[in-house]
Design a protein. Structure first.
Length: 154
């Protein structure tokens, strides 16, 4: 199942994924991140929320279930060959998401704003593609065809 929203970069990564990367695994990771972080649009805004804040309304169990799904993305990334350093950052994102989401009253709001799963998928894809086609990363469109930069000194 390929959704137009993730295939067109709504998950934050719009570049091509090399054929050497397991496409089915990437789609599974994108699907989990989409459901947890971006499933429903908030009318009148450009914001989206997933089921993570809804799961967070169930004390303890909801946060544990959410963390388990989030860790799936980390484990799949490890299986695909993402570096140890990136995996540690991804685990930190999940830990922050779980801790922040478990706070009484503000945890649901925190879960709606903190998009750990979406960010983790973006990090994994960026590393798996060796930084190719990172559109907009530094304010450019990733187009390398502009030629060398020359500076005239007079």
């Amino acid at each position: 199942m390929v959704r137009d929203d993730t295939a067109n970069g709504r998950d934050g990564y719009g570049g091509e994924i090399p054929e050497s990367v397991d496409q089915a695994a990437v789609e599974r990771m994108r699907s989990v991140a989409y459901v947890l972080d971006d499933l429903v649009g908030i009318p009148g805004t450009n914001s989206r929320v997933g089921i993570d804040p809804v799961l967070g309304t169930v004390p303890v169990v909801g946060d544990v279930v959410s963390a388990a799904f989030s860790l799936y993305i980390v484990l799949e990334s490890a299986r695909l060959g993402v570096s140890y350093k990136t995996l540690l950052v991804m685990i930190a994102n999940v830990a922050i998401d779980t801790a922040g989401g478990s706070l009484p009253y503000v945890g649901v709001l925190f879960d709606a704003v903190w998009k750990a799963n979406k960010w983790n998928v973006e990090m994994a894809l960026a590393e798996l593609t060796d930084g190719m086609d990172l559109e907009g990363e530094f304010g450019d469109d990733g187009d390398e065809d502009e030629g060398p930069i020359t500076i005239d000194i007079k």
